[in-house]
Write a protein that binds this ligand. Structure first.
Ligand code: HEM
Length: 545
């Protein structure tokens, strides 16, 4: 443009050559006018940019999201004061008032509570990926080394790696079959222990026996050891077993605690209740314990095809790392082991105890179940896992027990990865999502007469627990669904069938079916408030002696 102007100047109206000084002056003038035009344009452009920035960023930032309805939040605590010892019940009462998608401010954390199957489907299926992350609570932060485990890993590469290992290697039908003998052996020895403890009319604490049963099953699958109960542990391993039991007890105790800084993060430094310090202490103990176990298995390494337990499998996966890089670290192996123990023992034993509780409360259901087992298995042999598909009433009893007594009342909390919209409401990024199974299972719009224990509702019904029917999702649904579901169903169904087949149970003196205690408590799971104590005698002694 400048060159073009100079050419015009050269052929000026005077029609003669200009002096060099003139030309310089004219050029300076042009430059000034051009530069002021440029400056003006740049100024306008900057102004526009600022306006656009303001509209897109600041106005958007200041626009309040249209959150679902919910109770008013107080300063600092939000709505925490509305939740008591049994938060699933309190949240159901709130949802009855505010609706099946409810906003809840917990301290300074934005949460939503889902209380209907339709809305659960939108979170866990339709927008599965947007809600596939987990919040970082103190437990995963400290004990799980910044969530290097499967259950609490944020949605990302660590989660993908561990989940793939579970799906492709640990929970395949073939691998589960490999441990079938362990399940049969452990169950038979548990029944023998139960009968022995109940000899002479003594009350048997069923929670303890079911806890040891699932604990030993899992530790034998993981690293070929029994650590629970008083029998079957070699004298040389008693100290080790005691140490392990202590670690696990502590983990469940601390894991079930309410840590206030998980909701009011600026209180972290104060560590009210000392929970964070306790988590650190137990993490150090656990890492040392499990580190020794891993080293011991590494010394006796086996190829994948010959691996007899999960630790061997994980070590051979580690050894097959590309370019000498391990695909899974020792810390992650230790953390996956912790997931199996914390996710697989208490959940399964709590479900077993609730099912037995229902069978004691409803003798007619117990009678029908035994009739079914006898008709399929007879009385000459023990129930085998291959019998389970034929035991339809048993399956219905277990499903009804999941419905009446959800083991994990909220699934595990999910967290949103981005701003999104569900059922017409804004769900901002980093919102915590609680799916309240208790509310769904007790909604008369979803389940007819929900308070009644009626396994018959599942006979000839298409509703199953595998994550496709949102009216019953004890194991969740979608990407974060429980990877141990098939193992858990095997544990529970086989145990209940075998107990009812081989033992006669009765209630302690003074307790009738109507007065069986069904109060629950709340922690990592939702167990009975009091242990289930029963009188037990052998029904088919020749099979269990
Ligand atoms: C009655 C028994 C069980 C119940 C009711 C149960 C329930 C659940 C639930 C509700 C979740 C969270 C789903 C979600 O967030 O959407 C979960 C996750 C998980 N469960 Fe289970 N579970 C049981 C047994 C087991 C067993 C036997 C194992 C393994 C040995 C196991 C390992 C896990 C793991 C590792 C996760 C985390 C998955 C992830 O975040 O990707 N569970 N379980």
């Amino acid at each position: 443009m400048l060159v073009k102007d100079v050419v015009q100047l050269r052929g000026s109206s005077r029609g003669e050559e200009m002096s060099v000084v003139d030309l310089k002056q004219r050029l300076a003038c042009v430059w000034l006018s051009v530069s002021s035009t440029l400056q003006f344009s740049i100024g306008i452009a900057i102004l526009w940019a600022l306006v656009v920035l303001y509209i897109t960023k600041f106005t958007k930032g200041s626009k309040k999201p249209r959150l679902p309805p919910g109770p008013p939040a107080w300063p600092v605590v939000g709505s925490l004061h509305l939740l008591g010892q049994l938060p699933h019940r309190d949240m159901k009462d709130l949802a009855d008032k505010y609706g099946p998608l409810m906003s809840l401010r917990l301290g300074s954390v934005q949460a939503v509570v889902v209380s209907s199957p339709e809305i659960a489907r939108q979170f866990l299926k339709d927008q599965d990926q947007a809600f596939a992350s987990r919040p970082l609570f103190s437990g995963p932060e400290i004990f799980n080394h910044k969530a290097q485990n499967l259950a609490w890993a944020p949605y990302g590469p660590t989660w993908r790696l561990l989940r793939k290992i579970c799906t492709v290697e640990l929970f395949t039908a073939k691998r589960l079959k490999q441990f079938q003998n362990i399940r049969q052996e452990e169950l038979l020895s548990t029944i023998q222990n139960i009968l022995e403890s109940g000899r002479g009319g003594k009350l048997v604490n069923m929670d303890e026996h079911m806890g040891s049963l699932t604990g030993n099953n899992i530790t034998r699958m993981l690293f070929h050891r029994r650590y629970f109960g008083s029998k079957g542990i070699p004298i040389t391993a008693l100290g080790e077993a005691k140490e392990f039991q202590h670690i696990i007890r502590e983990l469940f105790r601390i894991g079930g605690a309410f840590i206030v800084s998980d909701y009011i993060p600026w209180l972290k430094r104060l560590d009210l209740g000392g929970w964070r310090a306790q988590l650190k202490k137990i993490q150090v103990k656990y890492d040392a314990f499990v580190g020794n176990l891993i080293d011991e298995h590494r010394r006796n390494a086996k190829p994948l095809a010959e691996s007899e337990n999960f630790v061997d499998v994980l070590l051979s996966i580690q050894n097959s790392g590309v370019d000498g890089r391990p695909t899974i670290t020792d810390v992650q192996i230790g953390q996956l082991i912790a997931d199996m123990i914390l996710g697989g023992t208490d959940t399964s034993s709590v479900a077993m105890v609730w099912t037995l509780t229902a069978l004691m409360k409803y003798p007619e259901v117990r009678r029908k179940l035994r009739e079914e087992v006898d008709s399929v298995v007879g009385t000459e042999r023990l129930v085998d896992e291959s019998d389970l598909p034929q035991l339809k009433y048993l399956q219905a009893v277990v499903r009804e027990s999941f419905r009446c007594h959800p083991v994990g009342a909220f699934l595990l909390p999910h967290e949103s990865l981005c701003d999104t919209v569900v059922a017409g409401y804004d769900i901002p990024r980093n919102t915590r999502i609680f799916v309240n199974l208790f509310a769904i299972y007790n909604d008369p719009q979803v389940w007819q007469n929900p308070q009644a224990f009626r396994p018959e509702r599942f006979l000839n019904s298409f509703v199953d627990v595998k994550g496709a029917h949102f009216e019953l999702i004890p194991f969740g649904s979608g990407r974060r669904m429980c990877p141990g579901i098939n193992l858990a169903l095997l544990f529970i169904e086989l145990t209940v069938a075998q107990l009812i087949h081989t033992c006669d149970f009765s209630l302690p003196p003074g307790v009738s079916p109507e007065t069986v205690d069904t109060r629950e408590s709340y922690g990592l799971t939702t167990p009975r408030a009091t242990p289930l104590q029963l009188l037990v005698s052998p029904r088919l002694p020749s099979l269990v002696s």
